[in-house]
Write a new protein. Structure first.
Length: 74
């Protein structure tokens, strides 16, 4: 899973699987769910993210994997 924030457009995309999207459904204003060909949720697109989610704090609790952070200047 990857969280990708684009400050220039205030867009947050949560890539849940890395699989390509084949269908998108807007579930509320500016919140779009992306599904693959098997109707599995693969991503969440959030417009005006700074007004909808807390971007300055991320808490990960008991995830069964590794956590990587990518510097925006890398």
């Amino acid at each position: 899973m990857k969280l990708n924030y684009h400050p220039e457009t205030d867009l947050l995309y949560i890539d849940l699987s890395g699989r390509p999207s084949s269908e998108s459904k807007e579930i509320s204003e500016g919140v779009v769910l992306d599904y693959d060909l098997d109707d599995r949720l693969v991503g969440i697109d959030i417009d005006n993210a700074s007004n909808k989610v807390e971007l300055k704090k991320l808490i990960l609790n008991q995830l069964p994997g590794t956590v990587e952070s990518i510097s925006p200047h890398a």
